[in-house]
Structure formats: C-alpha cells, structure tokens
Design a protein around this ligand. Structure first.
Ligand SMILES: [Zn+2]
Length: 318
C-alpha cells in the first residue's frame, strides 16, 4: 500500500515535471522568435515572430506623416488667394495642382477645393504636393471666365497671360496673377532633379464647352481630353488607366491632345520644365444656350478620378 502510494506520487511528480518542461520550451521558442524579429523592420518583424499556427498577415503599410501648411499670395489685393503645401515624410514625386484659372470652369476649382482637406488622408500619399485651388479667385467666385466687372480693374484671360507666348493685350492686373503663380510654383520646385516620368507633375484643371467627340478642336470643343505637350508616352499610360478603371459607364474615353495655347499656364511650365509631366484636364461641361447641361457633380468626379489615376501611377500605389 505504502509502495503503491509512493509510485503514484512519483508518477504525478514526473508528469508535472514533463508538462513544466514542455511549457518552458514553448516560451523559449517564442522568445527566440521575437528576438530575431527585433532585428528586422517593424512591419516584417511581427510576422517573423509568429508561430506556425498563426496565419501570416500581409505587411502593414505605415501611412506617411503629412505636414500641411497654407499661406496667401497676392496678399492684400482683390486677387489674394490661398496656397496649400503638403510635405510627407516618404520619398516621392512633386505634384502641383492648380484650379480656377478660368472661373466659369467650376468643376476644376470645386475639385481642387475638395482636395484641400482630403489629400492628406489619401492612401499611399508620398513626396510633396502644392495645391492652388482658386488661381483666379475673383473670376471663380463670380463664375466668369476672367472679366469681373465693377472691381475698378480690368482683367484679361489669365490663360493667355503667362510669359511664354503672352498676348500683347494682356492686362497688368492679370499678369500680376500669372507672375505670382509662377513664382510660387518655381519656388516649390526649386532645383529638384527630374529622373522619372512622374517625378514632377504639373496639372491645371479646366473645362470645355463641348467634347472632342462632338466636333473639332478648332471649334473649341476640347472636352474629355488631357492636353499635354511634352510627355505623350506617359499620357497614354494615364489615359489607359483612367479609361479602364475610373471612367464611368456612358462617358466617352478621354484622349490626349498635344496642342497647347500660347500664353497658357501649360505652355509656360512645359517650356520651363521640359522633362516634367505637364498637362491640362479638360472635362466637358456640355455648354448649350448659356447653361451647363452636364451636372457639376459628374464633372467634379471626373476631375477627381483623373487625379486618382495619376496618384495611382505617381505614388506607385497599384
Ligand atoms: Zn479653361
């Protein structure tokens, strides 16, 4: 009886000892894994430490920290407008977006204004962005192309007043706006070196009265096009991506057009930064009998979707 009790006690002690050893091995193994994980980057390190039974999670993308600053240009003047700059802590391209050069092309500057508060949260944002939503704010708020009456100042077409090919009739108040835009954008670009297609993108947001599908460019029907002088090869990639993945059912395919108007924002920057991707978005507002027949919301979403397609390529998020 006494022997049996002793043998039973011994078996119990042995079982406890063996189970303690097993638990101890588990701990040692886990500890070794996490130590190894600490040597690699934080996103992959947590995966390295997982045991076989834990499913492997995809690497977690750490969003960029974005610093948003804004300031006024043309300060104290009736043309004073706000510039926004977004600097991230991740390397990437420099992107310039300018809306509202023509005030009655309201989808462009409406889209740009929406970007002010959303662009920081864009997935995959990197590099730096300069955003000037309302370049010609007086005209924008009056919903006219450029000629705001009753201000005591005469304006000319801002998109014919930039230095390269400037109209001889350009007014000084308008040249003052174009000079301020150029100075601000040049300062943002600085001595930045362009190596790849997407390293420097400069985009102005416009609209046309009609679509290229309705008539010739000579009639002024530039809508549903991206106007780009320097980089048609890149533009084909962007158009393919937009037309395949963002274009809404029933909308025409966007296409590219290389002829750029004298005195325009686009010609100015295409000339100065020949390796940059400079293009003008022209949505179609379907202007007939004094009215836009295509809803503002539809045109704004076209503008924003083209920019989304650009961000996909420029930020390499697809
Ligand atoms: Zn325009």
């Amino acid at each position: 009886m006494k022997n049996k009790q002793t043998i039973f006690k011994l078996i119990v002690i042995m079982l406890i000892a063996v189970s303690l050893l097993l638990v101890g091995c588990g701990n040692t193994s886990q500890g070794g894994g996490s130590t190894g994980g600490n040597g690699s980057s934080s996103s992959t390190g947590s995966n390295t430490g997982s045991s076989d039974s834990t499913p492997i999670e995809p690497p977690v993308e750490i969003p960029a920290n974005v610093t948003h600053t804004s300031w006024k240009i043309l300060k104290g003047k009736i043309t004073e407008t706000t510039v926004h700059k977004y600097v991230t802590d991740k390397p990437g391209p420099k992107i310039v977006i300018v809306g509202g050069i023509h005030g009655d092309e309201d989808a462009g500057w409406t889209a740009a204004l929406r970007l002010v508060n959303t662009i920081s949260q864009e997935k995959g944002i990197c590099g730096e962005i300069l955003l000037i939503p309302q370049a010609n704010i007086l005209a924008d708020n009056a919903l006219v192309r450029y000629n705001v009456k009753g201000m005591g100042v005469t304006f000319s077409d801002l998109n014919r007043s930039f230095e390269v090919g400037r109209e001889s009739t350009a007014k000084s108040a308008t040249i003052e706006i174009s000079d301020a835009l150029v100075e601000t954008i040049d300062e943002f670009i600085g001595d930045y070196q362009i190596e790849e297609d997407y390293d420097l993108c400069i985009i102005d947001l416009h609209e046309s009265r009609g679509s290229y599908t309705e008539g010739t460019a000579a009639k002024g029907f530039l809508g549903d096009q991206l106007i780009c002088k320097n980089n048609p090869f890149f533009m084909e990639d962007l158009l393919d991506h937009y037309n395949s993945n963002y274009r809404e059912l029933g909308d025409p395919d966007f296409r590219t057009e290389e002829s750029v108007t004298d005195g325009s924002f686009s010609l100015n920057f295409s000339t100065k930064y020949r390796k940059a991707t400079v293009f003008t978005i022209e949505t179609n507002r379907g202007y007939k009998n004094g009215t836009n027949t295509i809803a503002l919301e539809k045109r704004v979403s076209q503008q924003l979707n083209i920019l989304q397609a650009l961000f996909d390529l420029a930020w390499q998020r697809i």
